[in-house]
Design a protein around this ligand. Structure first.
Ligand code: GDP
Ligand code: IMO
Ligand code: MG
Length: 429
């Protein structure tokens, strides 16, 4: 079945939006399966830049149908703003073109307030969340007291449930965190309005996807965040609260174990992280400024969602191999190769060293990376500008060698090489 999954292999912001846009040209359905508006996916077409937080990036292609799966937590205010943004750009967004799972959870101002209060209470042990309410929304889901999209179909009952949710949160906010209470009535009115607008979009998206697949239509599942932010398999507790890894696409869209055509792993040519947590290949000082950029270019390493400067470092081959295994990656898309042009040499981490010796794989997953020090291989850099390259042959020999090293270290072929943010700036092998 033509079902494809696109995932991030690092700590998010690998350029998934850019790759999903590239691969959506022939898709019938493009679907988000995890996370919420903590995601910020950038697509640049013809000099125009779209930043998407909840809608699938593939919706920029007008022939696609967008799906928001049950695995998401949805802030309706952000969603409606984004729908508006697409409409202002001449794209149709109506219930024929967008389906929202009945079982997706609602993210409310209560979750945002709790996220802020809990981060403040963590003091020096902050996770560095996006402050979008993601953790508390998933907490309610797991505690079986969350509000789901389908609750909005019965407005009087919905108002009742929402009131109870806000009143309970107010007790937590005031008694536990000494924070300001929320204005319950105003939020209930606001959300009753959202319920009316969003009701026509709510459906069983798993059934919709199966119908498309059975007719031979291509379905593309777009991961948000990245492998190392996975709740179970990431750098716990410095993770997000959902399942960004590829298996999450099945549970997060309401699908069974069906044949997956391919899993495309998106990896930056170097490594970045926003928020706290371990980062063995992190660099500081001048080299960090060089990799991050100053913020003058739209692609410089500052968060799409929060604007925070991203921490930067060299590509970590140990964590990359781990991501290949966890996701079953069949091919890689390497992004931002252009950023490495002009460096005298480029480091790539091939193993970790600890007092027990050298490790090519992680003994126990990445939650505790403190015993390890990165072992680097140094490759000579290329000086040519690669932004105009469109074929493998156009790349300087040393850039080709860097890509070949990534293939050898990951054990997975690099099928796509992105040399700029624009849709056309790519090499397909
Ligand atoms: P995502 O969250 O994985 O979709 O990634 P983001 O959109 O948050 O961050 C990736 C940033 O890099 C965006 O600004 C993209 O426009 C930009 N980008 C993607 N691929 C390339 C590339 O090959 N070269 C350059 N210079 N920028 C790129
Ligand atoms: P995309 O989809 C990068 C990070 C936050 C924080 C941690 C937990 O654009 O790649 P959360 O708000 O989810 O509770 O924060 O996860 N984080 C991301 N980092 N890209 C993202 O999304 C992220 N979404 C969450 O910075 O460290
Ligand atoms: Mg992003």
């Amino acid at each position: 079945m033509p079902f494809e999954i696109i995932i991030g292999t690092q700590w998010g912001d690998e350029g998934k939006g850019r790759v999903v846009d590239l691969l959506s040209e022939e898709a019938v359905v493009v679907a988000r399966y995890n996370g919420g508006d903590n995601a910020g996916h950038t697509v640049t077409v013809g000099g125009q830049t779209f930043k998407l937080h909840l809608l699938p990036s593939g919706m920029i292609h007008s022939q696609t149908i967008g799906v928001i799966g049950n695995g998401l937590v949805v802030n309706p205010a952000v969603l409606l703003k984004e729908i508006d943004m697409l409409r202002q750009n001449g794209l149709t967004v109506d219930p024929q073109r967008l389906g929202i799972s009945h079982a997706a959870h609602l993210l409310t101002p209560a979750h945002q307030a709790l996220d802020r209060a809990q981060e403040a209470a963590r003091g020096g042990a902050q996770i560095g969340t996006t402050g979008r309410g993601i953790g508390p929304a998933y907490t309610d889901k797991v505690a079986r007291r969350g509000l789901r999209m389908e609750d909005m179909l019965d407005v009087p009952r919905f108002r009742h449930k929402l009131t109870a949710h806000l009143e309970e949160t107010n007790r937590w906010l005031t008694q536990m965190y000494s924070a300001e209470p929320l204005a319950v009535q105003a939020i209930v009115e606001e959300f009753s309005g959202y319920a009316e607008v969003l009701a026509p979009y709510i459906r069983d998206v798993g059934a919709l996807i199966m119908e498309v697949l059975q007719k031979g239509g291509r379905v593309l599942a777009e991961g948000a965040q990245g492998t190392l932010l996975d709740l179970d398999h990431g750098t716990y507790p410095f993770v997000t609260s959902s399942t960004p890894t590829a298996p999450g696409a099945l549970t997060g869209l309401g699908l069974g174990v069906l044949p997956v055509d391919r899993v495309v792993g998106v990896t930056k040519a170097f490594q970045t992280r926003v928020g706290s947590g371990p980062f063995p290949t992190e660099v500081f000082g001048e080299m960090a400024e060089r990799l991050r950029g100053t913020g003058a270019n739209p692609w410089d390493e500052f968060g799409t969602t929060t604007g925070r400067p991203r921490r930067v470092g060299w590509l970590d081959g140990v964590l990359l191999r781990y991501a290949m295994r966890l996701n079953g990656v069949s091919e890689l898309a390497v992004t931002k190769l252009d950023i490495l042009s002009g460096l005298p040499d480029i480091k790539i981490c091939t193993a970790y060293r600890s007092e027990n010796g050298v490790h090519e794989t992680l003994p126990l997953g990445p939650a505790d990376l403190s015993p390890f020090e990165a072992v680097y291989e140094e490759l000579p850099g290329w000086q040519e500008d690669v932004r105009g390259a469109r074929r493998w042959e156009d790349l300087p020999r040393l850039a080709q060698e860097y890509i070949r090293r990534i293939e050898a270290i990951s054990g997975v072929p690099v099928r796509y090489i992105s040399v700029g943010p624009e849709r056309s700036q790519v090499i397909v092998r």
